[in-house]
Design a protein around this ligand. Structure first.
Ligand code: ZN
Length: 418
């Protein structure tokens, strides 16, 4: 964990007109470049396409604001230049996952290094969950010995559907207590820092890409759990389409298949979600008149598979085939170099093998698609959410003036985290 990789750069074009906007844009550009790696002033000027005196003035201000430090001298073609680097501990971001059962929170520095993390079960209502999240955030900052005023942004990964512009969680299926919750507004009011809300599969995809597969250009992360969703990284950027891209779970793969919670039939999720597989297994066990206790949850279903129960294997194999059909759609349409699978379902060997077999069977063309399982594990959504907050801070000229140091850091509401 904690490899120094930065998210793909995407600096908006320089604004024309007001000079302070242009200055802010250039300041953000310098910070983004230093986030990639340490550089000298002259290299910064080259990379940014700015005049050396302009860069020097900006750098002096950034040093004064505590965001950049001078490092060792480096020899460059006979001349000595002082290396500049981003001061990673100048600010911190929180990344959170509101999962169907768990809340996870991670604390990361400006360079994306993990400093602390925690998790707990979800509550019964959205209000409870937001209160839990705030309490966890406060505890993590305390644990890491970090002044809350150094918090500069928050990213949250939640199940869709979302209204990304408003930062509202609409009404995720099987997500108790949440209906049209203005999550961004609630958290911004509480913490007084910018907040980014993202679909959980997208957040997971960003973490898998930045921390594990940044050498490829196109990658798909598939979350196979109680919901099934895909996060798409295309040409090194998270792809959202008009907002709702990646709904792999609701791609139909079986005509007149089982009814999906979305109201349609034969969706990937209707067959391959953990809930659908547990329900089907219970049905099979019930019909066979077997009096052994049927699996109560997905962990019990995987345990039955490991114990050699052929019905458990058949159910997981069927789910895996449905997911594999969905993966083939993705592979044939997008041809990513890598598909990363995560979520509880891929812990089942039958499920995973069936998904890969079905993908190969339906794959058109000869191009290689590597299929792998997550190496980041279940913290990938929270880590991706933290990376999103960092991306947001470093990409937007309007939110990059968070500098602690000369200016007073953003103030927290009194008592905003218990
Ligand atoms: Zn559906």
């Amino acid at each position: 964990m904690g490899r120094r990789k930065s998210a793909p750069s995407q600096i908006p074009p320089a604004p024309s007109g007001r000079p302070q906007l242009l200055r802010l844009h250039n300041r953000t550009l310098i910070l983004s470049l230093l986030r990639e790696r340490p550089m000298s002033r002259s290299e910064l000027a080259r990379q940014a396409g700015l005049a050396l005196p302009t860069v020097s003035r900006l750098v002096d201000q950034l040093i004064h604001d505590g965001l950049v430090v001078e490092g060792k001298k480096q020899a460059t073609g006979g001349r000595h230049a002082t290396e500049l680097r981003l001061r990673a501990e100048a600010g911190f971001v929180l990344g959170a996952e509101l999962g169907r059962d768990q809340i996870r929170v991670v604390l990361s520095d400006l360079q994306g290094q993990l400093r602390a993390q925690s998790e707990r079960p979800r509550g019964e209502t959205a209000e409870e969950d937001v209160a839990h999240l705030a309490a966890m955030a406060g505890a993590l900052l305390d644990e890491a010995g970090i002044d809350a005023r150094r918090l500069t942004g928050i990213g949250v990964g939640v199940p869709g559907p979302l209204d990304p512009a408003a930062g509202t969680v609409i009404q995720p299926p099987n997500f108790r207590g949440w209906s049209y919750v203005p999550l961004r507004q609630l958290l911004q009011r509480r913490f007084r820092v910018p907040v980014w809300i993202e679909n959980d599969a997208n957040a997971g995809a960003l973490a898998e890409f930045v921390l594990g597969h940044s050498h490829v250009r196109n990658m798909v992360y598939v979350l196979a759990d109680a919901g099934v969703g895909a996060g798409l990284v295309l040409q090194r950027q998270l792809y959202r389409g008009a907002g709702g891209a990646g709904e792999l779970g609701h791609c139909p793969v079986q005509r007149s298949g089982p009814r999906c919670p979305c109201g349609r039939r034969g969706c990937v999720e209707a067959i391959a979600s953990t809930d659908a597989m547990v329900a089907r297994y219970r049905g099979l066990v019930g019909r066979s008149g077997d009096d052994t206790a049927p699996a109560q949850d997905f962990a019990a279903l995987v345990a039955a598979e490991a114990a050699g129960d052929p019905r458990a294997r058949a159910v997981l194999d069927r789910g895996g085939r449905a997911l594999g059909a969905g993966l083939a759609l993705l592979a044939n349409l997008l041809h990513p170099e890598v598909i990363v699978l995560g979520g509880r379902s891929v812990q089942s060997p039958s499920f995973l093998a069936a998904a890969q077999r079905e993908l190969r069977r339906r794959r058109f063309g000869t191009g290689e698609v590597m299929v792998t399982t997550t190496r980041l594990g279940r913290a990938n959504v929270a880590r991706g959410a933290a990376l999103l907050a960092l991306q947001g801070l470093f990409q937007s000229p309007f939110t990059a003036s968070f500098a602690p140091g000369a200016d007073e850091p953003p103030a927290m509401e009194p008592g905003s985290h218990p």
